[in-house]
Design a protein around this ligand. Structure first.
Ligand code: ASP
Ligand code: MG
Length: 416
């Protein structure tokens, strides 16, 4: 017997037929003797509709009322799934975030979970009742409903799994796992059987949209084994894959990885823009004068490259920001042209950050050199480079995205 959290995303609960299908998945686990808590998203498209209502009602609206409105999508699906389960003879009840409660901070619209007392849920699970929890929502310190930011029900699921000490958190979604790269770009991409938390965190932050980044952080911190699988599998098919699991990807501690490859995946992020500041003084305080105001304006800076000055007088600084913040970032800097003291401000929107990821890099030399050589052979120019222990990122012209990703994918032996 195991204790499981099963999470179903919006496409999996898009209508009543699909909700019944979800109920069959849940019933299968209950019949196998497991204790089950379910976390659901709103029906596909519903959250967008609700967000749209708020915007139409008033472009600048009270974030607490926004939360009251958008949290309702999950209230509906949690209740409907409980009904569908009861209809199949499964003992189940719905739980809203405030009922458990899932306590969050005060940032309405983008709240972070602070704590969940799992005691009541555990007691009910032990009595054989399925808990159907509304994802995405919680209770803020002001005693009002909060929501966790778009895609937040992944984080709800992992947080519930940590709170009830679940053996596994199963994420049922519209893809059957995590791939070595986006299969739409590289048809030879392979599904990974397992991936380490750290690697998944990089993949998710760098553009692989399977899970909300925060949910992976949370899984890593609490050691929640997380299994990504397709909700379109036949619920009644025997679960006979590896470890008694169907096709999917287990996100786990690196100790649990069986065969470790040097490179696990290639991710890419198109929503980057590059900014270069020419001829700033090469003296203490200049970087602070550039990045301080950007940070004050809440603009996230990612890759940063500063040249060694040839004459000890001036240098160039290049960095990236989210494309959506590009215009704002240029304005912040232009407004401070005098204070920073630069000759020119240049930028490019049509850039992409391609990243090679793998914990095996820690113990293998030459991975970066191989990447640069591979791109050079295809005539792809690298604008900026950053590395960490387990990843190498290069900024290139977005026209070369597919070529670069395909080249690196086969270079590191990932083609299936
Ligand atoms: N329904 C919410 C959204 O669309 C939360 C989620 O689905 O994870 O962002
Ligand atoms: Mg989602």
């Amino acid at each position: 017997m195991a204790r499981l959290v099963m999470k179903f995303g919006g496409t999996s609960v898009a209508d009543l037929d699909r909700i019944r299908n979800v109920a069959r998945h849940v019933k299968r686990e209950v019949d196998a003797g497991h204790e089950v808590a379910v976390v659901v998203s709103a029906m596909a498209g519903q959250t967008n509709t609700l967000v749209g209502y708020c915007r139409d009602a008033a472009p600048l609206h009270d974030a607490r009322e926004y939360d009251a409105v958008v949290a309702s999508g999950e209230q509906v699906t949690s209740g409907l799934l409980a009904i569908a389960l009861q209809e199949m003879g499964v003992n189940a009840r719905s739980w809203q975030g405030w009922q458990i409660p899932i306590r969050t901070d005060e940032s309405h619209g983008a709240a972070r979970i602070r704590e969940i007392d799992g005691a009541v849920l555990i007691e009910r699970l032990k009595q054989g009742q399925v808990a159907v929890v509304a994802g995405f929502q919680g209770l803020a310190p002001d005693n009002r409903i909060s929501t966790l930011g778009r895609g937040g029900s992944d984080t709800s699921a992992v947080a519930i799994a940590a709170a009830i000490q679940a053996d596994r958190c199963d994420i049922y979604t519209d893809v059957d796992g995590v791939y070595t790269t986006d299969p739409r770009i590289v048809p030879k991409a392979r599904r990974l059987d397992r991936i380490a938390f750290e690697e998944m965190l990089e993949m998710a932050s760098l553009g692989a949209k399977v899970l909300q980044v925060r949910s992976v952080e949370m899984a890593m911190v609490h050691g929640v084994r997380t299994f990504v699988r397709s909700s379109f599998d036949d619920p009644d098919a025997p679960q006979t894959g590896k470890d008694g699991l169907p096709p999917g990807t287990l996100i786990c501690d690196e100790d649990e990885l069986v065969e470790q490859q040097v490179v696990t995946g290639i991710a890419f992020a198109k929503d980057e823009a590059q900014i270069s500041i020419r001829n700033v003084a090469d003296k203490p305080g200049v970087a602070a004068s550039v990045f301080g105001p950007l940070s004050d304006a809440n603009i996230n800076v990612d890759m940063i490259v500063q040249n060694i000055s040839p004459d000890g007088k001036t240098t160039d600084i290049t960095f990236t920001v989210p494309e959506s913040e590009y215009d704002r970032a240029l304005k912040v800097l232009e407004d401070r042209r005098e204070a920073i003291g630069f000759a020119a401000l240049e930028g490019a929107r049509d850039v992409v950050k391609v990243s090679v990821i793998g914990i095996g890099m820690r113990s293998h030399a030459g991975v970066a050199a191989q990447c640069f050589r591979g791109l050079a052979e295809k005539g792809i120019n690298i604008r900026a480079i950053t590395t960490s222990e387990i990843k190498i990122s290069v900024l290139i012209d977005s026209a070369y995205t597919e070529l670069a990703v395909r080249t690196l994918h086969s270079l590191y032996g990932l083609d299936g």
